[in-house]
Design a protein around this ligand. Structure first.
Ligand code: PGA
Length: 261
């Protein structure tokens, strides 16, 4: 994996926004897989700033969701559809028709999951998939011991993830849904370029296990080691558990600037 250590979350956001801008200049209708949670927000802010300054044209970009809660009422402000519309689609000036996600309120959730995997494939596959990481090592909502070959499906959240996400639900864990739809690990590995961003000390242990531990379903993010072009962008705090941090710094410093991520 390519590991890039940046000073802070803002620098991480800027670096990934630059990678997205470079992708869109090569492929204006690229399909961008976006993640929710707090970590990716600096990416969306940096990208929106580039749109405002005219540095990037996102008019043909397409956006797709990584995961979704099951059972929230339509239009709930914390449904990931609402979050992506608010944090990504609107600030970038994209139309709702350029955005796709799984249907968390479908009668037949299994069919909705299969339909979403098909829709991603029919759209030509995800070009760049932005990922956060859970304190338990999840990517998307693939909780520990998810199959590394999993497809989009329904999952049950761990207690830890519900505690972590209670801050989006008035700090009330009872309001956090138990079930979600998530792109599977196998689905995520089909993206052409998965880019994981992790910031803050709370992620240091999960990052170290992801990057330097064995590939193991108990740390779902470690499956990214199987991808030929996965990038992990971490701030100093999230990098603090990496034994090979100096090697990663030297490797990235020696990389030709034109190459991007
Ligand atoms: P966070 O969530 O960015 O809000 O920490 C990350 C995740 O759960 O994937």
């Amino acid at each position: 994996m390519e590991v890039v250590i940046v000073p802070d979350a803002t620098a991480g956001g800027e670096l990934i926004a630059e990678a997205i801008a470079a992708l869109l200049s090569r492929k204006p209708d690229a399909l961008l897989g976006v993640a929710t949670g707090s970590t990716p927000l600096p990416v969306y802010q940096a990208l929106a700033a580039k749109v405002r300054s005219g540095a990037v044209d996102v008019s043909r970009a397409r956006v797709c969701q990584l995961d979704e809660y099951v059972g929230l009422p339509e239009g709930h402000p914390e449904s990931y559809r609402s979050v992506v519309l608010r944090e990504v689609v609107e600030p970038l000036g994209l139309s709702e028709s350029s955005f796709m996600g799984p249907d968390g309120s479908a009668e037949d959730i299994q069919a909705a999951c299969e339909a979403y995997d098909r829709a991603l494939a029919e759209a030509g596959g995800v070009d760049l998939q932005l990922l956060g990481i859970g304190t338990d090592g999840h990517i998307g909502f693939n909780e520990p011991c998810s199959s590394l070959a999993s497809r989009t499906r329904i999952k049950t959240l761990t207690e830890q993830t519900r505690i972590d996400n209670a801050r989006f639900f008035d700090d009330d864990i009872e309001q956090v849904p138990h079930h979600v739809i998530t792109q599977g690990i196998g689905t995520i590995l089909e993206s052409r370029h998965p880019v994981l961003l992790a910031t803050g000390e709370g992620k240091a242990d999960a990052v170290a296990r992801t990057v330097e531990g064995p590939v193991a379903s108990v740390v779902p993010a470690s499956a990214l080691q199987l991808h030929p072009h996965a990038t992990v962008v971490v701030d100093e705090a999230a990098a603090s558990g990496l034994k090979l941090a100096d090697y990663f710094r030297a490797t990235y410093a020696a990389k030709p600037r034109w190459q991007g991520l």
